[in-house]
Design a binder for this molecule. Structure first.
Ligand SMILES: NC(=O)c1ccc[n+]([C@@H]2O[C@H](COP(=O)([O-])OP(=O)(O)OC[C@H]3O[C@@H](n4cnc5c(N)ncnc54)[C@H](OP(=O)(O)O)[C@@H]3O)[C@@H](O)[C@H]2O)c1
Length: 365
């Protein structure tokens, strides 16, 4: 089997580090490019014999130079958008952890995939699960998609309980160990909102046929309902090794060595409806997705600004949703026709969100 050359963007992050372990375990995978935001890559590059590295700056330049077979985009935030479009446009397999880029670029990304004709393999565990449940089924046989959400550290709390929660509380995720931005997004349910939009673009299913259910143990990674009443689910202990490996070794499904699910010791699977009142970002994301155009990009940009302020302890937890709602209210939602236009929409939304922060006396970050 020919060796797959992998460009790993976001190599120093939570997904990036786990991806390196997957590459080390599979002789048919080799790293050809590494990128980070600010962390030094010299030791990592030397260990893996990687010549192309980039710290901050233009990911597209790095990809042009490295000519990878697979781009694993594990950058956090909109900063990954150019790399996502680069891979889709060229038909280079895209293993996508960076959900923000698909959420923001939406239709632009789909058009690029259409032109490029390559594979778009989600690394998000829920979407990897959905892909596996959907593979080989006709679109007409699918009734709806069901995304599972752990509910995060504040599941079961009321808004009143969340008035004074701090960064450490929000970062104490019950089932997944992840980077700080996505961990806060999991606590607000913005992450599930981003995933809802991501699922819409990945699988072409309308929003009214994508459901979100809270499933605290994160054993069921997502489910698909079919028209005959059958429901297929994807199960496993929460471990990103599996979806990373699935995307990088697709369609071989290489061995991962993860712990096998133990049914004999008793496995109870609980599900409940999400609390949209306490966690308004899920409904805000659904609304932005349904409106379409550049609303998802604005949702994402405002959320990034607000989460960053929360992580700096400049903004309260409940303030995150308020900033996003205020920013969305000022947007016109006009669809971006190019990456340059999308970057303008993203930048403008960030300015509005920063202004909303300033108006409530939040110090500049
Ligand atoms: N962690 C998970 O389990 C998980 C699960 C599903 C989906 N995801 C998604 O995967 C992505 C990464 O999440 P994470 O948890 O791995 O985040 P993380 O631990 O914060 O890591 C982010 C990575 O992106 C790099 N980065 C930041 N800005 C960059 C830029 N402008 N150019 C190049 N690299 C940049 C960081 O470099 P520095 O180290 O230099 O800052 C770091 O390597 C997110 O989109 C997240 O939603 C994560």
């Amino acid at each position: 089997m020919p060796v797959k050359r992998v460009a790993l963007l976001g190599a120093t992050g939570s997904i990036g580090r786990q991806a390196i372990e997957v590459v080390e375990r599979n002789p048919e995978l080799e790293l050809c490019a590494l990128a980070s935001g600010s962390a030094d890559l010299k030791v990592l590059a030397a260990k893996h014999g990687v010549a192309s590295t980039q710290v901050g700056g233009d990911l597209v330049q790095l990809l042009d130079a490295a000519e990878p077979d697979v781009v694993l985009n594990a950058v956090v935030g909109f900063a990954g958008a150019g790399a996502t479009l680069w891979a889709l446009e060229r038909g280079v397999t895209l293993a996508l952890a960076n959900k923000e880029s698909l959420v923001a670029a939406g239709e632009l990304a789909l058009a690029a995939r259409e032109r490029g004709g390559g594979l778009l393999l989600p690394v998000d565990s829920e979407h990897s699960a959905l892909l596996q449940c959907l593979e080989g089924r006709s679109a007409s046989s699918v009734d709806s998609l069901v995304l599972t959400a752990s509910g995060g550290p504040f599941r079961g709390r009321t808004r009143a309980d969340l008035t004074d929660v701090g960064v450490d509380d929000a970062l104490a995720h019950p089932t997944w160990s992840m980077g700080p931005k996505i961990t806060v997004d999991s606590a607000t349910l913005a992450n599930k909102g981003l995933e809802l939009i991501e699922a819409h673009f990945l699988f072409g299913v309308p929003y009214e046929r994508i459901e979100v259910v809270v499933h605290p143990s994160s054993i069921v990674h997502s489910l698909v309902r079919f028209r005959d009443g059958a429901v297929l689910a994807h199960l496993g202990y929460p471990d990103m090794t599996v979806p990373i490996s699935y995307a990088l070794t697709y369609p071989e499904r290489a061995a991962t060595g993860v712990r096998q699910l133990d049914f004999a010791s008793g496995l109870t699977l609980e599900f409940s409806a999400p609390d949209l009142e306490t966690f308004p970002l899920l409904a805000l994301a659904r609304g932005a997705g349904e409106l379409g155009g550049s609303y998802p990009c604005v949702f994402n940009a405002a959320n990034e600004v607000a989460v960053s302020a929360f992580l700096d302890s400049r903004l309260s937890f409940l303030g995150i949703a308020e900033i996003v709602e205020e920013t969305l209210a000022t947007a016109d939602g006009a669809a971006a026709q190019s990456l340059a236009e999308l970057m303008e929409v993203d930048a403008a939304a960030r300015i509005v969100a920063e202004r909303a922060l300033a108006e409530r006396g939040v110090p500049v970050g």
